[in-house]
Design a protein around this ligand. Structure first.
Ligand SMILES: Cc1cc2nc3c(=O)[nH]c(=O)nc-3n(C[C@H](O)[C@H](O)[C@H](O)COP(=O)(O)O)c2cc1C
Length: 183
């Protein structure tokens, strides 16, 4: 009886250890910008499924909470292609090989903070997998934007695109497939 108990404990420790080793992947970064939380939900699900490090890209000067006021500022920034400065971070995206890059679709394009992100780092040679959320208009030009702004990157043009967060089994399967494809 005692031996069975000991063996069972050892087995549990071994299984947990294996599960932990499988649940983190130091090569993978899940970087995202999200204004209202939808892309953030998707990013968290991708981080869970991939074992990657979650990194929330934030603008240095937060946008106003008032929707009307905020929309005006965002439209101005989009029109002028203004790249908002980002909050400093300890994470260096250049240290990762696979980068899931998430954004809401703004005016059929990638969001301005993601453009800022891509202008800051040299991700040449990295696999960059875009994922976007939208409100019915689809991915628009967003994947093309990533491809043209990320010089030398290997951009996966079959990225993820969903109306709202779109989390679930399909997203988990898609994420795991992306990791498999890079092996
Ligand atoms: C300035 C702005 C522009 C937008 N443009 C589009 C668009 O072109 N097409 C679309 O389907 N949704 C558009 N949306 C809606 C967002 O893409 C959608 O709500 C997204 O899921 C929000 O993600 P978030 O919660 O991570 O910020 C826009 C939203 C904002 C604030």
């Amino acid at each position: 009886m005692k031996i069975t108990k000991i063996l069972s404990s050892v087995l549990t420790i071994m299984i947990c250890g294996y599960a932990n080793a499988e649940s983190t992947n130091s090569q993978v970064l899940v970087a995202y910008y999200s204004l209202t939380g939808k892309t953030e939900n998707t990013a968290k699900a991708i981080a869970n499924a991939s074992g990657g490090t979650l990194y929330q890209i934030q603008v240095d000067k937060a946008y106003p909470d008032n929707k009307k006021e905020r929309r005006k500022i965002l439209e101005q920034e989009m029109e002028q292609n203004y790249l908002p400065p980002l909050k400093p971070t300890n994470i260096n995206p250049e240290n990762y090989d696979i980068i899931f890059l998430g954004s809401p679709v703004w005016g059929n394009h990638i969001s301005q903070p993601i453009k800022s992100f891509l202008s800051l780092y040299n991700l040449s040679g990295k696999k960059v997998i875009p994922f976007v959320t939208h409100s019915g208009g689809g991915r628009g030009q967003s994947f093309n934007d990533v491809a043209s702004l990320c010089t030398g990157c290997i951009v996966d043009m079959d990225g993820w695109s969903s109306w709202g967060s779109g989390v679930g089994k399909k997203l988990t399967k898609w994420t795991q497939q992306q990791i498999q494809d890079t092996k």
